[in-house]
Each structure stands twice: as structure tokens, then as C-alpha cells.
Design a protein around this ligand. Structure first.
Ligand code: SF4
Ligand code: SF4
Length: 293
């Protein structure tokens, strides 16, 4: 049962180090906090890899899949008209054919069919997992959403994983969203008390940060900016974006080989090299998050 605050870790684009920040903040807080980490980057969840853990306790995410009862179907074509994902195509003779991969399970065709010729079936488009991970001096629960290979509709998996995460008892829920500004990201951000927007000091980083801060602002969320790989380029464009959105720079994480080494060892840098510059900065970020919440 949800009782704590939600902090979302997000990033305008992939590869900014969003998961690294999420996993390290989680690891830094795990010893003292009753913490749940939710990996909602369902197309490429990697928090468990950064924590050297195998995913456990699998549950399927099922959506509705229509089946046509051709004995009742009058080939009116209405189902294909109402399907906005193109999952129903009409053959030359107007026989409707369902393409499962494109179906989001929205049920529009089911409700629109005037002849009750559509039967509700089911298919599995992804999975959620719950893994309890022991860390030096603490433990955390990781809930992961994973889209099945070849599937395209991420929202039902994000919703299922978030629901499973928030059904757990914790006083802090750290949510690692997908990159970008899709509705998958806004679904993950919804309800957060604070957003940590991870970016890097490049013009592209600044551009994508602008977009994610726009989304967070429209959702009424407070945003802190984390500049990753600080020192690799000019930070002027990022600072301008931060000012534009009235956000704040929470921390600058210096570029360091130690971070790459922590990927190889499969141990968050706050635990593997606690005295390194990035680890000290990440721990400071975690402490600030804890103080504010
Ligand atoms: S359930 Fe929705 S997405 Fe799937 S075929 Fe029907 S209308 Fe299209
Ligand atoms: S809406 Fe119903 S009756 Fe019309 S083509 Fe589709 S399945 Fe057949």
C-alpha cells in the first residue's frame, strides 16, 4: 500500500546516465530508508543489470485482443474505421483481419461492432517483476516493467509496473522513467513530488532538457537538474534552459572512468568507490533528496 513520496528520475534523451543516477541514489538511501526502486523504462530496463541482479517473481501484463466471429461478421468495416492503430485491415472482400502486434487492446472495435461479432481474447505484451536486492548495509525492492520483444505498446506495461510498485509499502518510491517526452514518460511522472532531470552539457542535452522540463512544468512538478559528465563541454546552454524553467541545478557529476568501471563490476559507484568524486556528488544528491522529502 503506497504511503511514501514519489521521486522520478528522468532524462530528455537516452544515454544521459539516468539509470546510473537512479540506481546510485537508491543505493545511497537504501541503508536508512524503506525504499522502492521502480524501473519503468520498459523497452530497455537496466537497473537490475547495474545492480547485478536477476529479475524475480514474474507476472504477465495482458491486454485484450479481439477475435472476429466470422459467422456473425457482416463485413461492414466499422471495426477497421475505429481502430486508430491500424491493427484491423480489411481484405479485398472487406473481411476484417486483426494484426495482433499493432493492437493496443483499447476495445474500441469491440464496442463499435454493430453485430457483436468481436470476441474478447487476451495476449501477453510484457511482464512485471519484483526483486529484493541486498546491498552493503541495506536492501531495496526493485519493481521492473519489461515490454515483450516485438511489441510496440508500452503504456499498459508502464501502468502495470507502476501499479505494482505503488502497491508495495515504502516511504520513498524512486521511479526511473524512459527517456524522452512520450506519454509513457508522463504516465511514469504522474504523482511525483519531485523530478530529477538528468542531462549532459551539450546543445542536444540542453534541447532535450528543455522538452522534459516543459512536460514536468505542465504537470506541475518541481524539477531539479542533474548535469552528468560535467566538464566535457560548455554548460551555458543547459544553464539557460534551467533558468527559463525556473528549475535548479541540484548537482554536477564529473566525468570519470570510475563510473564506467562500476558498470563492469555491477556495483553502484556509491558502494564500489565511495570516495570517488562522482560517488561523493551522488551521495550528496541522495542526502538532499532525503532532506527535502
Ligand atoms: S482493441 Fe483497439 S487497437 Fe486493438 S484492434 Fe480493436 S480498436 Fe484496434
Ligand atoms: S465491425 Fe463487426 S461486423 Fe463490422 S466488419 Fe468488424 S467484426 Fe465484422
Amino acid at each position: 500500500m503506497m504511503r511514501g513520496r514519489i521521486v522520478a528520475v528522468t532524462g530528455g534523451k537516452g544515454g544521459t546516465g539516468k539509470s546510473t543516477v537512479a540506481v546510485n541514489v537508491a543505493a545511497a538511501l537504501a541503508a536508512d530508508e524503506d525504499l522502492l526502486l521502480a524501473d519503468l523504462d520498459v523497452e530497455a530496463p537496466d537497473d537490475h543489470i547495474l545492480l547485478s541482479s536477476n529479475l524475480e517473481d514474474e507476472q504477465p501484463v495482458n491486454v485484450m485482443l479481439p477475435f472476429i466471429d466470422y459467422g456473425r461478421c457482416t463485413k461492414c468495416g466499422i471495426c477497421a474505421e475505429v481502430c486508430d492503430t491500424g491493427a484491423i485491415m480489411l481484405a479485398k472482400d472487406k473481411t476484417p483481419l486483426v494484426i495482433p502486434r499493432l493492437c493496443s487492446g483499447c476495445r474500441s472495435c469491440y464496442f463499435a461492432c454493430p453485430d457483436n461479432a468481436i470476441i474478447e481474447g487476451q495476449r501477453t505484451i510484457g511482464y512485471t517483476y519484483r526483486t529484493v536486492i541486498s546491498l552493503d548495509g541495506g536492501k531495496l525492492t526493485l519493481v521492473t516493467g519489461m515490454l515483450r520483444e516485438g511489441e510496440e505498446h508500452t503504456p499498459p506495461v508502464v501502468v502495470a509496473a507502476k501499479r505494482r510498485a505503488l502497491s508495495e509499502d515504502a516511504n520513498l518510491y524512486l521511479i526511473d522513467t524512459a527517456a524522452g517526452t512520450s506519454n509513457t514518460v508522463s504516465t511514469a511522472l504522474d504523482g511525483a513530488r519531485l523530478t530529477l532531470a538528468v542531462t549532459e552539457p551539450t546543445p542536444l542535452g540542453a534541447h532535450d532538457l528543455d522538452m522534459i522540463l516543459e512536460v514536468a512544468g505542465a504537470m506541475g512538478l518541481e524539477s531539479w537538474v542533474v548535469i552528468n559528465r560535467s566538464g566535457i563541454g560548455s554548460e551555458g546552454s543547459v544553464e539557460e534552459v534551467v533558468k527559463k524553467h525556473d528549475a535548479r541545478i541540484a548537482v554536477r557529476l564529473p566525468y570519470s572512468r570510475d563510473v564506467v568501471d562500476s558498470y563492469v563490476t555491477g556495483k553502484p559507484i556509491v558502494l564500489s568507490k565511495p570516495d570517488s568524486k562522482p560517488a561523493v556528488a551522488l551521495r550528496k544528491l541522495a542526502d538532499t533528496v532525503r532532506e527535502v522529502l
